[in-house]
Design a protein around this ligand. Sequence first.
Ligand code: DC
Length: 232
Amino acid sequence: MVIILLGEVALDDRYYSIAIDGPAGAGKSTIAKRVSRILNIEYIDTGAMYRALTLKILRNNIDPLNEEKVIHVLNETEIDFKDNNIFLDGIDVSKEVRENIVSQNVSQIAKIGEVRNRLVNLQRDISLRKNLVMDGRDIGTVVLPNADYKFFLTATVEERASRRYRELVDGENLNIDLDDVISDIIKRDDIDSNRKIGPLRKAKDAYLLDTTDKTISECVEYIVSIVLRGKE
Ligand code: DC
């Protein structure tokens, strides 16, 4: 099949999707963003959706462990994506959702069943309207089990923590300690992998890509070449 890469046009009868999963700091969002630009398709960062709700919970001084209150806020919250930006109740919070305090609390929010149900449904709805690359923890296993292409990215804990550390320092979070970042990542991996619903797992049919010693370009090329091969 010949494919012309037009983001808004499905060339065979339906839109195609690329699922990218993996733990925090494996490089998913940087890589997925570049893949989306090369293929001219939409990028959906599902982590940003969980982060947006977490931001609202923290702003309202609600304890992330208080599920009842979190669900109450969830029911009064609108989360949306426009032009690669995340909107919380109509306001662009793309920058705020990256704050460290959000990273430290988001896994607690993301393990609540009602939260996952609502956001997974939203993610599936989006996938019906566009060619896209979507990244997260459960995209290939739960959100889009029939995704056309699935990838699972990994890297050592040390490498993932040092990437996250550099990102925070570049964002002028100068009081950050690398050991704290390592323990935050380990804690987040543990909660994300051991929760009952939609845990972090490699789908059986996902390509495994260890990004530890690879450049971003190498990872992007690997993914794009597999997608283009499949679309020929
Ligand atoms: O990819 P990230 O670091 O922005 O994700 C933030 C958190 O959201 C992460 O700790 C786990 C959760 N998450 C999830 O449970 N399911 C997804 N599909 C995406 C993210």
